[in-house]
Design a protein around this ligand. Structure first.
Ligand SMILES: C[S@@+](CC[C@H](N)C(=O)[O-])C[C@H]1O[C@@H](n2cnc3c(N)ncnc32)[C@H](O)[C@@H]1O
Length: 251
């Protein structure tokens, strides 16, 4: 069983805290010196980052683990009220809901992805388009303006982005429907095009789901991330940025 990176990071954090407390004890007992707070916490962060590297956690975990003890220290020094900290925590929970399980945080795909997908769609056809992990709803609402004949559904697992996409769609009188949920529980059979901007970790299972559920000739477009071991039918390059999207036609 492969542990989630968040659990490994938690383990690394606890281990490094234990190791640096031990170091502090040794220094004060045998060398009769007390490490300055910043040095003590930097050591703790460094130990955590090195452990994370040894356990092959992604580079951003190494940075998070390095900065974490110093960030806590700074927050304590700033004497922030518990309400402020709890508010921040709540905001993060609502925004990055279940990232520790899905390994897919919110990050917008941008204009480039929308442009390349727009070029795939015949203006006179009424396609059914599904955006899995629709975030704040920018991609689908933008695409719906270019191709108003098609129908759109966005599914998002995190409550705050979902709520923002819903309000945005109502405010803009967009024809896109947004739903709160897990795309793994959605049947793709009805859709002609599925757009995904997820993560490398999600791609193999996503492709299996597409192959099992989508009809022949329908399309999966994955922004930035390939399906390992599967040759894309086309690589879509935008004029806006250097990022590409991969088109997979379901056989
Ligand atoms: C990289 S963002 C992309 C946002 C949007 N599609 C765009 O292109 O701007 C990925 C989004 O997928 C959502 N997500 C991750 N796993 C999901 C799942 N299993 N079901 C639904 N949404 C998911 C995340 O919460 C996040 O908002």
């Amino acid at each position: 069983m492969r542990l989630s990176p968040a659990f490994i990071a938690l383990f690394v954090g606890c281990l490094s805290a234990g190791a640096s407390f031990l170091l502090q004890e040794i220094c004060s007992k045998y060398l009769l010196v007390t490490l300055p707070e910043v040095l003590f916490l930097t050591t703790q962060g460094l130990v955590a980052a090195l452990l994370a590297r040894a356990l092959k956690l992604a580079f951003w975990w190494q940075w998070i683990l390095f900065i974490f003890p110093l960030a806590i220290w700074l927050a304590l020094k700033l004497d922030l009220t518990p309400g402020f900290l709890f508010g921040g925590f709540l905001l993060f929970v609502l925004m990055y809901w279940s990232v520790f399980l899905t390994q897919v945080p919110y990050y917008p795909s941008g204009q480039g992805a929308c442009d390349v997908v727009a070029k795939l769609i015949d203006h006179n056809k009424q396609l059914k388009i599904l955006e899995i992990g629709s975030g704040l709803g920018g991609f689908s609402t933008q695409l719906a303006k270019i191709h108003p004949k098609s129908s759109y559904l966005g599914i998002e697992i995190a409550p705050l982005p979902f709520l923002i996409s819903l309000l945005r769609s109502k405010y803009q009188r967009s024809k896109v429907s947004f739903r709160l949920g897990n795309y793994k529980k959605v049947d793709f059979a009805d859709f002609d095009l599925v757009f995904a901007y997820l993560s490398p970790a999600a791609m193999p299972k996503l492709y299996e789901q597409c192959k099992a559920q989508m009809k022949s000739g329908s399309m999966l477009v994955s922004h930035e991330f390939i399906v390992p071991g599967v040759k894309p039918s086309n690589i879509l390059q935008s004029d806006h940025d250097s990022k590409v999207s991969y088109l997979y036609r379901i056989a």
